[in-house]
Design a protein around this ligand. Sequence first.
Ligand code: SAH
Ligand code: SF4
Length: 369
Amino acid sequence: MSRPPRHLADLELAERRQAVAELGERGFRADQLSRHYFGRYTDSPEDMTDLPAAVRAALAGELLPPLLTEERVLACDKGATRKTLWRLFDGAFVESVLMKYPDRVTMCVSSQAGCGMGCPFCATGQAGLTRNLSTAEIVAQVVAGERALQAAGPASPRTRSGPARVSNVVFMGMGEPLANYRNVVAAVRRLTDPVPSGLGISQRSVTVSTVGLVPAIRRLAAEKLSVTLAVSLHAPDDAARDELVPVNRRWKVAEVLSAAWDYAAATGRRVSIEYALIRDVNDQPWRADLLGSLLAGHLAHVNLIPLNPTPGSKWTASRPGVQEEFVRRVAAHGVAVTVRDTRGREIDGACGQLAARAVPSPDVPARAG
Ligand code: SAH
Ligand code: SF4
């Protein structure tokens, strides 16, 4: 399997200086290039007027290769939600979703093309894993979001503050971020390091969502990053979770929650417990009570997601009354619980439901070669 071309965003600043030196240029050119990419979101040599023209072309050619090709853009919520289907260098597809709210802009990114975890309710899980994304392929999704915001201009014509910027990043697109550990952690650093090293987004505004890979959760806790961990629990008991989240056969509910509490203790960050409510599968009152009792007293918040049914799925979302009862019972244990808004549902852009529907139409190869 060939690898994506090397990009500035794959490298730390010191490594970029070395790469520039190996191309026969002075090291500070790496800082200039980095400011263009991470500060102004451009990789076009024409924009880099502080570099001599010949140097620009050579350096951009080597260190800023195009990684994402826009295949399709879908917008909804009056333009506040924008989903992009990207084609990668090898013909693989991923999606990202940009969501504008009054007080923040959230970018939902993919960490892998496909996913190998096989959760039966998830569109991405059905197709299996194509490959891990490189660090720069992840970062480029956020840079593309910044560009889209820039192109849209100021949030309001009366604001002097200029275009909105991406304030939050959630790893809830395609893929299991902790199964692509090294590139995802490097991407988090690149997203959160200040310009020119990175994009300068606050670590506290980054959420890594995992299916529950226990050793990787423990490793992430040791990174000393202040990112929020989201754990896709979906059931409080092993019998149901073994079916909904096959990786539960390896790491049980108790082990996943124990790793989550250790993460909360190490970082001081409240863990988000994701729970897709599926009619008559995991939405019974006793499961709400069990969930509430498992989480009571811990640094946790429950995020209930009405199931977004995948094509051909036998499962559907809970009845409204059942969902309300579930919320009430969890809250009765003193546990914070919210129901996730269904932004982008009409364009299959509810995070976690990304490319799978749009992508492997029979005439479009999912991978090259
Ligand atoms: N692999 C990671 C992150 C990507 S999925 C994970 O599983 O956590 C992001 C979230 O969307 C997860 O909580 C996932 O369980 C949820 N999700 C996936 N398919 C869904 C669907 N059809 N309806 C509702 N939520 C879904
Ligand atoms: Fe993969 Fe997450 Fe989908 Fe499970 S829910 S198949 S881990 S993307």
